[in-house]
Design a binder for this molecule. Structure first.
Ligand code: 0O2
Length: 217
C-alpha cells in the first residue's frame, strides 16, 4: 500500500494517528535525504576534486512551531493539517561556498529518480523584501516501512556561507523584536544583504579566475 503525504490528495487520517508516527516518518525521510546528499558530495569530490558542500544541518520542526504555523495560516492543529499544510516539518539546510554550487547541488538532487520536486522558490534570483536570499525546494521521497511506503515532504534550503550568516542574524533580530524590528535595523539589514550579494559575486568571480589559471597550467 502506498500513502501520499504530498498535499491535496492526502489519505492519511486512518493511517497516521500520532505525533510519534509523524516524527518517525519525517526523521526517516531526513536520514534518507542526508545520506543522498553525503553520497553526492563524496562522488563530486572524487570526480572533480572539489567539495561543493561546506556543511549541512537537518531538523524536524518542534511541535510548538508547527502549531504556530498552522494557527498563523488559519488551520486547526490536527495531525492531518500538519502533514497537509506544513511543508517544512522536515528541513535540511545545505551550506556551500559559491552561488554556482547552489544550482549544481539543486540539479543533482532533482536528478535523483526517487525524489520528486514539488516546488522551487529561488530567493537568489528574486530576493525577499527583507533582503533574504536562499534557494528553497520542497521535495517528496518514499519512506519504506514494514507494511507500506509513505511519500514524505522535505524542505531543502540551499545557500552560501555568507547568505547563511546574514539569515541567522536576521532571524535572531526578528525573533527578538517579534517581527517588528525598528525601521533603521531593517534598512541596515537590507544594506548588509546587498553587501552579502556583492561579496558572493566577487568571491565567485575570484574562484572562477583561479580555476581558469589552474586549468591552464
Ligand atoms: P523557521 O523558524 O526557520 O522554521 P512554506 O514553508 O512554504 O509553507 P513560506 O513562508 O511561504 O511557507 O515559505 P518560504 O518563503 O519558502 O520560507 C520558509 C522558510 O525560509 C522560513 O521558515 C525560514 O526558515 C526561511 N525564511 C524565509 N524568509 C526569511 C527571511 O526573510 N529571513 C530569514 N532569516 N529566513 C527566512 P519559517 O517556518 O518561517 O521559520
Amino acid at each position: 500500500m502506498e500513502l501520499d503525504l504530498l498535499g491535496s490528495n492526502v489519505k492519511i487520517s486512518d493511517d497516521i494517528k500520532s505525533w510519534e508516527e509523524v516524527n518517525l516518518l519525517y526523521n526517516s525521510a531526513l536520514k534518507q535525504i542526508m545520506t543522498k546528499i553525503e553520497i553526492l558530495n563524496e562522488e563530486f569530490q572524487a570526480v572533480h576534486r572539489y567539495n561543493p558542500i561546506e556543511h549541512t544541518k537537518a531538523r524536524v520542526k518542534v511541535p510548538e512551531s508547527i502549531v504556530k504555523k498552522l494557527k498563523r495560516n488559519g488551520y486547526e492543529s490536527t495531525i492531518e493539517n500538519m502533514v497537509r499544510y506544513v511543508n517544512d516539518i522536515a528541513g535540511v539546510r545545505i551550506i556551500c561556498s559559491f552561488t554556482s554550487d547552489i544550482y549544481r547541488i539543486a540539479e543533482m538532487i532533482s536528478n535523483q529518480k526517487d525524489i520528486q520536486v514539488l516546488t522551487v522558490k529561488d530567493y537568489i534570483m528574486n530576493p525577499k523584501a527583507s533582503g533574504y536570499r536562499s534557494y528553497h525546494m520542497i521535495v517528496a521521497l518514499p519512506v519504506y516501512l514494514s507494511d507500506r511506503i509513505v511519500n514524505v515532504k522535505v524542505e531543502i534550503q540551499i545557500r552560501t556561507v555568507a547568505m547563511d550568516f546574514w539569515a541567522s542574524l536576521e532571524h535572531k533580530i526578528q525573533y527578538k523584536f517579534e517581527g517588528k524590528a525598528p525601521v533603521h535595523i531593517n534598512s541596515e539589514l537590507y544594506e548588509c544583504a546587498k553587501m552579502v550579494a556583492d561579496l558572493d559575486a566577487r568571491m565567485l568571480s575570484l574562484n572562477e579566475e583561479i580555476q581558469a589559471i589552474s586549468l591552464g597550467k
